[in-house]
Ligand binder design. Sequence first.
Ligand code: ADP
Ligand code: MG
Length: 684
Amino acid sequence: MSAAPPNRPLAPLARPVATLYGVGPERATQLARLDIRTVEDLLLHRPHRYEDRRQLRPIAQLQLGEPATARGTVVALGVKWYKQHTKSIFELILDDGTARLHCRWWNLPFMEKYFKVSEEVIVFGKPVGLKPRTMDHPETEVLEAGDEDIVHFNRLTPIYPLTEGLPQRWLRSLIWRTLAQCEGQIPEPWPELQLTGAAANLPARARAIRLLHFPDTLPDTDTARRRLALDEFIALQRQIRHRRSNFQTKARALPCGGDNHLIKPFLAQLDFKLTGAQTKVLRELRHDLSGTHPMRRLLQGDVGSGKTIVAACCALMALESGYHVALMAPTEVLAEQHFENFTRWLKPLGVPVELQTGSRKTAPRHHRKPAADLSPPASSLQPAPALTVGTHALLEPGFAPENLGLVIIDEQHKFGVAQREQLVRKGTYPHLLVMTATPIPRTLGLTLYGDLEVSVIDELPPGRGHIRTVVRAADKLPQVWAFIRDKLADGRQAYVVYPRVEEASPGGVKAVTKEFATLQQTLAPFKVGLLHGRLPPREKETVMAAFRARQVQTLLATSLIEVGVDVPNATIMLIENAEHFGLAQLHQLRGRIGRGAHDSYCILVAAARNPEARTRLRVLEETNDGFRIAEEDLRRRGPGELLGQQQSGMPRFRFGDLVEDFALIRQARDLAFEQEQGPPCQNP
Ligand code: ADP
Ligand code: MG
């Protein structure tokens, strides 16, 4: 929130918490540890659960293993020491007139300070024994004589996340008082929006905040959460819309629709026909490239769906129109592969293809800054438009092609939003195509890529072999190796992926080198190649070339090969310690196989003693549907995991839930759009 001018008082909700009665510097510091800095932060501090204190359980009726809340008077307390005064148990005994309850804490002797005989204490916990009735490490709250019972008792009581030194009861009182004081000043954030559909039944924001803390019924808390989540989503969608409309009103599109003189011969020489899905997507792309606004499009397609060819056609349209094209990939291995393919495809058509990576740079053409005049270079004196393929190296100032018409980013999820914008700024509003195989669950798509149009390739090319996926315990490895040797003998090739080698750790290189020696022995006389991030680029190229040429039958690699690598004869993917990877990442790795006509096998080896991990991996046995896998990953490990750390710009929500709130997100998007443009847009 921006600071108000010094001579004007801050709006009540924007005031620092330290201005509240009873909040001194020490409390303010503790609250800041919970990210509570302003009154608004305090009012949005979300209880992590609610306790039904309308009917406390008599101690005599506590059941074994059933979490419950009880209340009683302290009748005894004390610390017992044992093991030569190194270990302790603090015990507190409560009596509520029906029975006694023993509460125990191990090795927290200072707890003794917090309680006194004859005080009233409320406890929440799970009875671990009934003779005597016992709870271990329950949550507690000491009652103070008579006061504020309306806040802490006889209601559904909010239990807040705390930080060291901050008492539950103090925080609850503070929120109660602050709410009473400010409730009338909480504004409706979108008075101009007509909340319709399911949103029409949601309470006003001020009411939602009250229900969040002091609900009348348990369902109230969910209603409150949904209202506050909706506000978060609307705010985000407005930002997205704002960014986009800014861009659309300012930017004039470069005419990049092309005239077919390069695409026609290109398609004619391919040894396959485009799939229906590829053709459909190309129609959408051509429409954008010849439209009035610069294209901003995300191309989604599962691994192996054939995005590269689509990118090539799109590049040709811009090239036909006389503009330069840049294609950025996240790894050198992938950039080299694209360079090789595009050179093979485009050189015969007379289109120069260049490579620019950290380690290699072909044909250092002298690029000038783009001319202010946006018309295509008509004069034959100007250099022919070219395609530059590269890695992050394209972001460096040295790369400044004139007449940049189209930017393509492959495996976009490996880059941040900032990098995407950086490359686009090399030109004057070039068109942008970003491609990803990480299927973004729909909720994330609407938030993360809300400013992009989306095209989907929802069909794999025909004639692909079947991929079978199995999860095996590590003790089954000998059989697995025998199976792999069989397949190698049939002429197939294999990847072996080994996760412990982090790309950046020199210690990891030692581990993989050792693994490499072992694997060479295991698979002899078949040849094994080694590929990891710390190899000099030349060696990476040599190894990949040998693998493509089948001089090497097995590639021992790190997750470096997760993106893009395309060798159709490779049909085995063995992943050791598979439990270290996310499901979406494993799905990407599996996407390296099943690219040819032969049946493929993905073998996930997991530690025998980790049943939870093995259950998780089973999802991959069951399905090859990238979207289902990504949703499962999102559910289990959260969005950070799925998108990778590079994915900057991901908002954090207090109330919004990216897994569950698809309907709310869509509603927020329609509302934000409606207000700006009139009729609602089509839902994807
Ligand atoms: P991804 O979408 O994962 O980037 P690629 O573009 O690498 O997939 O394509 C995977 C493989 O499928 C490549 O070998 C490519 O030549 C081949 N391919 C692409 N389109 C077709 C098609 N329409 N018919 C047959 N094979 C295709
Ligand atoms: Mg690809």
